[in-house]
Every structure is written in C-alpha cells, then in structure tokens.
Design a protein around this ligand. Structure first.
Ligand SMILES: Cc1cc2nc3c(=O)[nH]c(=O)nc-3n(C[C@H](O)[C@H](O)[C@H](O)COP(=O)(O)OP(=O)(O)OC[C@H]3O[C@@H](n4cnc5c(N)ncnc54)[C@H](O)[C@@H]3O)c2cc1C
Length: 406
C-alpha cells in the first residue's frame, strides 16, 4: 500500500489556527509551567473551547471527527510552543485513551462520558501501572468485583499522569476527569481475566497522592487508591476479559503521538539552541561557526527528520487500521519502532543542543534544559524502551522466539 500522508488544505488551516493559539497562549508561559508546577487553567479551557480535546471523536458526540494525522498536526503545534511537554501529555493521553474509550464504550457511555470528553469538560487518562507492576501487567492486583448494576473496584495505581487535574472539578476541566483503569475481573485467567473501566477520579472513595516529578512538572503525576469504588456497568470499556487487549491498542495510539512529540520537541530544542549559538561568541567567533557544533547539529537533525517521518507513518498506520486496510499487529510494530527511535533521537539531540548554551544550559529558565528532563519520561511512560524492543523483535522474529519468563 502506498505511504501517503500529504497534508490537505483543511489540515494546514487547522495547523495555522492552533499555531496562532499556541504562540499567543502557550509559548509565553511555558517556562512558568515548571516553576509553578501547573499549566494555567485558562489554557486547557481555551483548548477545550477550540475543540482540541474532541479531535478524534465523531461529530455525533460533539467531537471534530478528524483523523490521527490531523491530531498529530495539532500536537506538533502544542509541542513547538511547550517543550516542557506538559501540554503534550495533557493532549496526547486524552486523545489516545479517549478514542479507545469511545471505540469500545457502550452507547450509554458515549452519551454520558464521551460527549463531555469531546467538549473538554472531562479529561481522560490511563491507569495500568501499580506499585508492584508496570511492564508486566499480569502482576497487577487491582480487582473489579461484580455488584448490583455495576462493579466495586479495589486497588492502587501508581505513577499515573493527570491525577490532580482529573481530581479537581471546575479547575482545568469543568467536571474533572477519570482514568481508563485496568483491573482483574477474573484473576485465574491472567491477562485474559482483565477488564477496563472508566473511573472518575472525583469519586470520594479515591485518594490521590502526588509524586515530585523530575521534569514536565506542569502536568501532575502520582498514585491513587481505590477503596471499593463503585462504577456502573456502563463504565466498563469493552467486554469482560478484553481489557488487556484493548489496553495494548491504546498504547499503540499513545506511542505514535509520543514519537511525534519527541521528534518535534527535539527539532525545536535544536532551533532554540542554534539561535543562541549564532549570538554567543567564543574565541572571536559565533559558537555556531564551530564545526563541532555544526556536525552535532547535522547528525541530530538527520535523525530527528527520520523520527518525524516514522512518527507520521505510525499515525498513518493507525488511520489505515481504522479504515480496515492493515492489521493491528502491523500498527503495533510501527508504533513501537517509532517510539523506540524517536525517544532516543530526541534525548541525544536535546543533550547536544543544551551543551551549546554553555553554563546557561544548566539553569531552570532554559527551556532546552526543561525539555531534556521531560523527554527522559518517555524512557518509561506508555511502555519502556525495552518493551518497545521486545515488541519489535517479537513482530519481526515471531512469537515463538520470545522466551516466557513466568
Ligand atoms: C512520567 C511518567 C508518566 C507515567 N504515566 C503513566 C500513566 O499515566 N498511566 C500508567 O498506567 N502508567 C504511567 N507511567 C508508568 C509507566 O507506564 C511505567 O513506568 C512503565 O510501564 C514501566 O513500568 P515500571 O516503571 O514498573 O518498570 P518495571 O516494569 O519495573 O521495569 C524496570 C526496568 O526493567 C526493564 N524491563 C522490564 N521487563 C523487561 C523485559 N522483559 N526485558 C527487558 N527489560 C525489561 C524496564 O524496561 C525497566 O527499565 C508513567 C511513567 C512515567 C515515568
């Protein structure tokens, strides 16, 4: 199948609208996200007003009804304006997991939650990780027990993005938010006994605890304890026992967007550092004239160009899969490859670019320094780089060559 993601006029118009918004509202405040450890609520409210939280949901449910490539174009503009990645997390997690919740949610769920998520009144996060299990999800202990017309969920989720923003009603989002949460409905069946639920973090039977983050401090990260939280049956996403598989699909989406965010964030860091290197002089010359700097710039830029193209290939693959033209595992392989490559390319590029600033690179007001801390999160978030390697190896070699260690 020919690879084709040429941008349409509509997509370019959307890019310009988002760029205007991002340059006006986001870029001037990005350094403050880190200092204040939050993004201003006006920004998420304005993103909601523009419909950006509804980008993939069908118009029938108050969304914009657009595709993953267009969602990627929006993400590019958000990242260019904020390389602390806080708003990238807010946008890409909701876009990926909100879509999966829509796809597998019941009609009642769509009417109730998806409509609000599309308007940006509810933020959608993801909660698979626990204190005792991250990569190996079979090790989770959260359970969902059937109760009259619903489920009682008991357990603890850890290292989860957006817990504070989902908890507080009337703040970043009118109604707070909730997380697509993985739990056992039948522990004896291991991954085939897992189910997914939408769990509103505003529930009084949930307590949250915030972690002190290393980077991207504008969007919270922490744990939440579910003390017999009652959710209606309509909040189950997909059939009982299908939760693990649906979660894997959600990861494919998130990884494709992360790859794009890393490629674009890396390029932006190089641009910012290059501007500085043109002004800053050493030994009578602008730092940008030194070949040591130029060669680093060229090697990193070339890798980021490749990462950028591969990220769009992953978004295109998601679109093709939605249209029934390619299979799920093909998407999984491309998305994992894209994340694996882009995270490493971005980390190397940002690290090199930061050096061109000299000592000024080691200050908290330097956006490139903040970007370096932020991309580090993608060593793990939405699946570690080692797990990406395992997936690619499995898809290329065949399942029979993957040793099961349980
Ligand atoms: C900033 C940030 C945000 C996050 N947000 C969320 C969120 O919103 N929701 C959520 O559910 N989770 C979130 N996570 C958690 C993330 O998904 C996990 O960190 C990740 O899945 C890895 O799990 P772990 O941390 O338990 O590491 P472990 O699974 O304990 O792994 C430890 C190390 O061993 C390696 N490893 C594990 N298994 C293998 C293997 N088979 N082969 C080779 N190496 C292996 C891993 O790569 C890792 O380096 C977030 C993490 C971070 C850092």
């Amino acid at each position: 199948m020919p690879l084709d993601f040429e941008f349409t006029k509509e997509q370019e118009d959307i890019r310009l609208t988002v760029r205007e918004f991002a340059e006006k509202y986001i870029a001037p405040k990005a350094v403050e996200f880190e200092e204040k450890q939050e993004v201003p609520k006006e920004i998420t409210r304005e993103m909601a007003r523009l419909g950006l939280f509804g980008i993939l949901f069908p118009e029938k449910y108050d969304g914009l009804g657009l595709d993953p490539i267009t969602a990627g174009i929006v993400l590019e503009e958000i990242v260019r304006a904020d390389i602390t990645f806080s708003l990238a997390v807010a946008y890409l997690v909701h876009t990926s997991w909100g879509y999966v919740a829509y796809k597998y949610g019941s009609d009642e769920f769509r009417e109730d939650i998806i409509r609000k998520a599309a308007k940006g009144d509810i933020w959608v996060g993801i909660a698979t990780t626990e204190p005792g299990a991250g990569s190996d999800l079979v090790g989770i202990t959260t359970t969902a027990k059937k109760d009259v017309d619903g489920y009682l969920i008991f357990g603890e989720k850890a290292y989860i993005s957006g817990v504070r923003e989902a908890r507080e009603k009337g703040a970043w989002f009118e109604l707070g938010g909730g997380h697509v949460t993985l739990a056992y409905t039948d522990k004896t069946k291991q991954h085939k006994g897992m189910s997914l639920f939408f769990v509103p973090l505003t529930d009084p039977n949930i307590t949250i605890r915030l972690e002190k983050e290393f980077g991207r401090k504008g969007w919270s990260f922490g744990s939440f304890v579910l003390n017999n939280v009652k959710v209606p049956e309509t909040y189950r996403i997909g059939e009982e026992g299908r939760g693990f598989y649906i979660a894997m699909e959600g990861f494919d989406h998130a990884r494709a967007y992360i790859a794009l965010a890393c490629a674009v964030g890396g390029k932006r860091a190089i641009e910012l550092a290059a501007e500085y290197a043109k002004q800053r002089r050493a030994f009578g010359e602008p730092v940008a004239t030194f070949q040591g700097v130029q060669f680093q710039l060229a090697d990193n830029w070339a890798r980021l160009e490749a990462a950028h193209a591969l990220a769009y290939k992953a978004l295109w693959a998601l679109k093709m899969e939605q249209e029934g033209k390619i299979g799920r595992f093909e998407v999984t392989k491309i998305a994992a490859s894209a994340k694996l490559f882009a995270v490493q390319a971005a980390k190397a590029a940002i690290d090199d670019a930061l050096r061109w600033f000299g000592a000024y690179g080691y200050t908290e007001e330097n956006l490139v320094a903040l970007a370096l801390k932020a991309v580090k999160s993608y060593d793990w978030a939405e699946g570690s780089l080692d797990i990406m390697r395992l997936i690619v190896a499995r898809e290329v070699l065949g399942k029979e060559y993957i040793v099961r260690r349980r």
